[in-house]
Write a protein that binds this ligand. Structure first.
Ligand SMILES: Cc1cc2nc3c(=O)[nH]c(=O)nc-3n(C[C@H](O)[C@H](O)[C@H](O)COP(=O)(O)OP(=O)(O)OC[C@H]3O[C@@H](n4cnc5c(N)ncnc54)[C@H](O)[C@@H]3O)c2cc1C
Length: 386
């Protein structure tokens, strides 16, 4: 028999010090309600590199404003036959460098007496009904509740009930010799590029006239060979931005799951999956940062009620909307451009943001839905029901 030598006991163990782990650890450290709770935050990385850039929209001022790098008041959308730059007030589209977030949150966490951050690789998590054992490469810990943000695609791919798409992308941070960007507006989606049977768009964040991020993005089932993203970025910079003299300062890549899979099935009374692992990414867009912020607040309120973690879940009408879109894109991935073009042509960006934030009224939902190609959605609904 194999015995685990438990090194230390904690009330809460958080696995992963990424977006969700740090937001939750910060809440446990800053909310007086959790002052008496001991918290261990584990991550295999020291979180000292700028491994991603987060963007999100938000009305007016927000909690991340002190570490925001840039924000935009206008977004640009390009479809095949429609394009528009629009003011988004009262929203702003905000950008946050991963490293600035990690530094700021780890700094806060260091100042809290009840939260310990430890760099170690988690190798096993075992639920024993009254406690959970977390084994790492160099130690073992026991917690009353565990919040796990380790994500892998295996479970999603083991089922076929819900399609699994990905928002996958490579982005280049470039610096050009000549002015090529308009720093006042972010290109939210540029669908003018070849679709090749998929939903493909360019995403451009200009920081100044000569600096910006150009990202080739797909909403599709399979990732591409690295070369394909890079060739497309190069072509876009040359042909759309009319630039041949530039340097690549930094690169980023990622893939975010887009699925209505029941992520909470893996939760137990004492283990809750958080962040992308908990299904907190918006299934129809891959946007996760702000939904993680909102879910963290919900979770904190929920924990104060002392209920089993397995009951922290809910499915609402937005889940069905996302499911229908994913069903459509899974069946025929080339339909994305038409859907997003109709959406942006028929609705204001403010209403689209409100809808994606899942804050619309039924009447507003109907306005959004009626701006999309209805036959696609009716067919997808029919296929789900029968
Ligand atoms: C490049 C990139 C850009 C993105 N841009 C946006 C954006 O603009 N807007 C948006 O809303 N969303 C964006 N996302 C999606 C999402 O917001 C991020 O992926 C976000 O970081 C997800 O948070 P998380 O806590 O679920 O996972 P993560 O932030 O990835 O945190 C998981 C943590 O777990 C740690 N870990 C993993 N395995 C182990 C292990 N075995 N032991 C210990 N630790 C482990 C990892 O080191 C990591 O720190 C982006 C994602 C990527 C990859």
């Amino acid at each position: 028999m194999f015995f685990i030598f438990v090194q230390k006991y904690y009330d809460y163990i958080i696995i992963g010090a990424g977006a969700s782990g740090l937001m939750l650890a910060n809440a446990f450290g800053s909310d007086p309600y959790f002052k008496g709770k001991t918290v261990l935050l584990l991550d295999k990385d020291a979180k000292k590199t700028n491994d991603r850039t987060w963007c999100f929209w938000e009305e007016n001022e927000g909690d991340f404003d002190s570490i925001i790098t840039k924000s935009w008041n206008q977004i640009q959308f390009y479809g095949q036959s429609y394009g528009a730059a629009q003011e988004i007030a009262p929203y702003k589209y905000k950008m946050l460098r991963g490293l600035d977030f990690y530094n700021s949150y780890l700094n806060n966490i260091q100042s809290y007496g009840n939260v310990t951050f430890l760099q170690d690789l988690v190798t096993a998590v075992e639920d024993h009904k009254n406690y959970v054992d977390v084994t790492t490469k160099s130690a073992a810990f026991r917690g009353t509740k565990v919040f796990n943000s380790i994500f892998d695609y295996t479970l999603l791919h083991q089922q076929t009930k819900y399609p699994v798409l990905q928002q996958h992308f490579i982005g280049w941070f470039i610096k050009s010799e000549q002015p090529i960007f308009n720093p006042d507006k972010a290109t939210f989606m540029d669908f003018s590029i070849p679709q090749k049977g998929n939903t493909r768009f360019m995403y451009v964040l200009p920081f100044s006239e000569t600096e910006g991020l150009v990202e080739y993005t797909l909403f599709s089932a399979d990732t591409l060979a690295e070369q394909e993203y890079e060739t497309a970025i190069k072509k876009y910079i040359k042909e759309n931005l009319k630039c041949s003299d530039y340097t690549i300062v930094e690169k980023e890549k990622g893939n975010i799951p887009m699925s209505c899979y029941n992520f909470s099935a893996k939760n137990g009374d004492n283990i809750l999956h958080i962040g992308i692992a908990g299904g907190w990414a918006k299934a129809s867009t891959g946007y996760t940062f702000m939904s993680t912020y909102r879910k963290t607040r919900e979770l904190v309120t929920f924990l104060k009620k002392n209920k089993p973690l397995s009951s922290f879940t809910h499915k609402d009408r937005y889940w069905y909307y996302d499911l229908l879109l994913l069903d459509i894109l899974h069946k025929d991935n080339s339909k994305g451009r038409h859907i997003f073009e109709s959406l942006f042509k028929g609705s204001s960006p403010q209403l689209i943001f409100k809808f994606l934030d899942e804050e619309t009224t039924i009447r507003e939902d109907l306005k959004i839905i009626s701006s999309c190609p209805k036959s696609y959605f009716i067919k997808a609904l029919f296929n789900r029901l029968f």
